[in-house]
Every structure is written in C-alpha cells, then in structure tokens.
Design a protein around this ligand. Structure first.
Ligand SMILES: [Zn+2]
Length: 191
C-alpha cells in the first residue's frame, strides 16, 4: 500500500477526516490475514449460505448467523464490516471476537475494558460479535453483555453476531434475557 495515500490512516475532507482504504484493510487484516480481501459486493455465497443473501440486500441491518464451525460465518461478518466501514468512513463500526471482549471483562485490572459509555461517545453505529458463546462467562460478564446488548437495542445500534450455537444453547450460556434481546434486534440466518 502506498504511504502517501493518507496521514496515519486518515484523509482530510471538507467536514473533518475520513478513514483511508489502507486503514480499512488494516482493520480487516487484524481479524485475520485470510479476511483481508473480504468484500460484500464480490462475496460469492455457497448454496448452504443462501440465507445470508439478506445481508447483501440490506447490509445496514442486524443479523444473527448461526451454524456449525467452518461454514464461513466470520467471512460474511467481515464482508459486512468492510461494507459499513467504507459506508461510514469513520471507525463507527466495531468488530470484536466474543472471547477477546469477555477476556477483557474478566481481567478487570489488566484488561482493556469497554463500556457502553465509551461506545456511545464514539458514536458507534454497528457492533460485530464474532463467535458468541465460545467463552464461559462469569455472572459479572453476563451482566456486562446484557448491558451492552440492551443498549444496542434501546439506542437502535446495528448488531451482527456469529455463533456456533443456536438460541437455545446460548440461553444456557448467557441466560434468556440476552437471547430475547438478540432475537428482538437480529434477523436469524442459518448457514
Ligand atoms: Zn492510506
């Protein structure tokens, strides 16, 4: 990537600054180098992924992708993430692996602790949670996750989740209140 495209990922515009394409590539690369070329427009869905066509049609909506390991859920999430980063041109779309978020919540002293207040200040518009249900959350983490999902619901923030589990199994991991909120927010996509 050429270095003179921006200043540390930012391009000056009439109304402020916007994210450069190279910074968007960097964000995807951080999730995993195999996701570097994820692009919603060129995303070719396999027949087992046909329900995910809804994301291509309405890429600003909220989705819950559920299916077995290796069905391409994260790839589809990163495609939507890439689309929204380019649409908003500001880092108001946030991508988290559930385990990273939960590890930070469980490591109160040394972790990077994300609060709803922080997301609100950053004017976050869409949050991605990859691989929900992977961790074994403590009661405190369940409360934090509920606070986050409930804020997304009331503030009408976009939310896209991937999980190897369905709603019933997630209820056992996170409790019914969180799962009810997710069902209120997201369209379910089985792949
Ligand atoms: Zn650049």
């Amino acid at each position: 990537m050429k270095k003179d495209c921006c200043w540390e990922g930012w391009i000056r515009t009439k109304n402020g600054v916007k994210l450069c394409d190279c910074a968007i590539e960097k964000r995807k690369d951080k999730i995993g180098s195999r996701f570097k070329n994820c692009n919603l427009e060129t995303l070719d869905l396999r027949s087992s992924q046909k329900e995910a066509k809804a994301i291509k049609t309405n890429p600003e909506d909220s989705y819950f992708l559920t299916g077995n390991f290796g069905t391409g859920k994260t790839h589809i999430l990163v495609c939507q993430y890439d689309y929204l980063l380019k649409l908003y041109r500001l880092p108001v779309a946030k991508f988290f692996r559930e385990v990273d978020l939960v590890n930070d919540w469980q490591d109160w002293d040394n972790g990077r602790y994300y609060t709803v207040d922080e997301f609100r200040q950053q004017k976050v518009k869409h949050l991605f949670l990859d691989d929900l249900g992977r961790s074994k959350p403590t009661e405190r983490v369940q409360q934090e996750m509920y606070g986050l999902i409930d804020w997304i619901y009331t503030a009408e923030i976009g939310l896209t989740i991937s999980s190897n589990f369905g709603y019933e199994e997630l209820t056992n991991i996170y409790g019914g209140a969180i799962v009810r909120r997710i069902r209120d927010i997201c369209q379910e996509i089985k792949i």
